[in-house]
Design a protein around this ligand. Structure first.
Ligand code: MEV
Length: 440
């Protein structure tokens, strides 16, 4: 049977059995493989299983570190969970390059988050606007019981605004609520408060006949767009201190990087790839530290389009002999709550980073994005991306073709001056193997 009811109620073993029976050709080897990835420690496995639903096994990703990051005068080693070849190597190179030129600098500019209650009001708009200050006081008071802990940590609700959206849709308004959520990412806290405000808003209007209308709640949810939860990271040095980079004299290199950033600022096609490279670094740290990379990426891309056209998240100037390269990145991250205390490798990542607070983690992520972008631009404006990339890609192809260590060493030498592709690698391997056979 290709469909089933009650799958979620089956034991894990039964889930695997059903899957193999119905979708994996009853292949016993497939079953064994899936089970072989279960963690040897049953308690750890249970923790992992409970992150999600219908879990049948674990999905492995490389967990790496990029050492040599001098950030605001302190040394760090950045944990990264990412599968893409070359990203960690590029990151490490950038770490070292800038550690020899004053290191990375970063500061958190602001930490405000936002949630919205979207609703319709059937009565007089002017009256709703006039009564809003009273309504706001009532909501702030009425929701306080839910923010006792957050208030004690120095956070909580900062403000509530009424936003008139009737130009877009008749009777449509928002409560736009701003929050400080301290070291937690805050989505759960924000959603809880918003749902409470939605209920209280409805009651407030319903119980007061002077409103002469009703509230219809459409939805209440955190906004993943946090332009005011913003961090800046930058590097700078004298142009001459860049040295010879990829065979280019410092001045030429600086100018090419400036121009490469300019291209990403004005051309959305290039900006998308440019920013994708930035998120190679950001996401790897976000995933390693148990944060939500979908939220972080969605936010960054919206921010990149905030002026009406999708643009670069990094910027570069070359002025009066100084090369300056920076990123402004909106980031809502947490170092408490969520997976942070329960995923074993997330805990370890945070420990590697010195158990940072959320602001420090924002800094690490922005630095990772900037470093990754610098590495990409450095390669792209000098030797090209394929040289470094393809060496790593070659290893993936060789692994796929089940090459031995001896074959891999031969291939690395062979492809030093040749173009790597799946076909060229396969042909090379076939020739190497038949030559070896012939000798035997
Ligand atoms: C590849 O994952 C990322 C790059 O394409 C980024 C860029 O082009 O800037 C190399």
């Amino acid at each position: 049977m290709k469909n089933i009811s009650g799958y979620s109620k089956l034991s894990k073993q039964q889930k695997v059995d059903w899957l193999v029976e119905n979708y994996l050709n009853k292949d016993e080897a497939a079953k064994e493989e899936l089970i072989s990835y279960w963690h040897q420690n049953a308690a750890t496995q249970k923790t992992l299983d409970e992150f999600s639903e219908n879990t049948i096994t674990n999905y492995f990703f490389p967990f790496s570190v990029a050492p040599n990051f001098l950030i605001n005068g302190e040394w760090y080693c950045l944990p990264m969970a990412i599968e893409e070849s070359s990203v960690v190597a590029a990151m490490s190179n950038s770490g070292k390059f800038w550690s020899e030129r004053g290191g990375y600098h970063a500061e958190v500019i602001s930490t405000t988050k936002v949630g919205q209650v979207h609703f319709k009001f059937s009565g007089d708009k002017a009256y709703l606007i006039e009564q809003f200050p009273k309504l706001k006081t009532s909501l702030l008071e009425g929701g306080k019981y839910l923010s006792v802990n957050m208030d004690a940590r120095g956070g909580g609700v900062l403000d509530i605004e009424l936003v008139d959206m009737t130009a877009h849709e008749a009777n449509y308004f928002q409560l736009k609520v701003s929050f400080e959520t301290c070291d937690s990412m805050g989505a759960n806290f924000i959603n809880t408060i918003l749902e409470e405000y939605a209920t209280q808003l409805k009651e407030f209007v319903h119980n007061d006949a002077t409103f002469n209308g009703e509230i219809k709640i459409i939805l209440s949810i955190v906004s993943n767009y946090t332009p005011h939860c913003l961090v800046r990271a930058w590097v700078e040095c004298k142009v001459e201190d860049l040295g010879i980079v990829g065979g280019l004299p410092a001045e030429e290199f600086a100018e090419k990087v400036r121009m490469a950033v300019k291209i990403a600022e004005v051309d959305p096609h290039r900006a998308t790839t440019h920013n994708k490279g930035i998120y190679n670094g950001v996401d790897a740290v976000i995933i390693a530290t148990g944060n939500d990379f979908r939220a972080v990426e969605a936010c960054g891309h919206t921010y990149a389009a905030r002026n009406g056209s999708y643009s670069s998240l990094t910027h570069c100037t070359v002025n009066e002999g100084i090369f300056k390269f920076w990123i402004d990145l909106p980031l809502a991250v947490g170092t408490v709550g969520g997976l942070t205390q329960i995923h074993p490798l997330v805990k370890r990542s945070l420990q590697i980073l010195g158990n940072p607070n959320a602001k420090q983690l924002m800094i690490f992520c922005a630095v990772a994005g900037l470093a990754q972008n610098f590495a990409a631009l450095r390669a792209l404006t000098t030797v090209g991306i394929q040289q470094g990339h393809m060496k790593m890609h070659l290893l993936n192809i060789l692994n796929y073709l089940e090459a031995t260590e001896e074959e891999k060493n031969y291939a690395l030498e062979y492809f030093k001056d040749k173009i790597v592709s799946f076909t060229t690698t396969r042909v090379m391997l076939e020739q190497y193997r038949s030559a070896k056979q012939a000798v035997k």
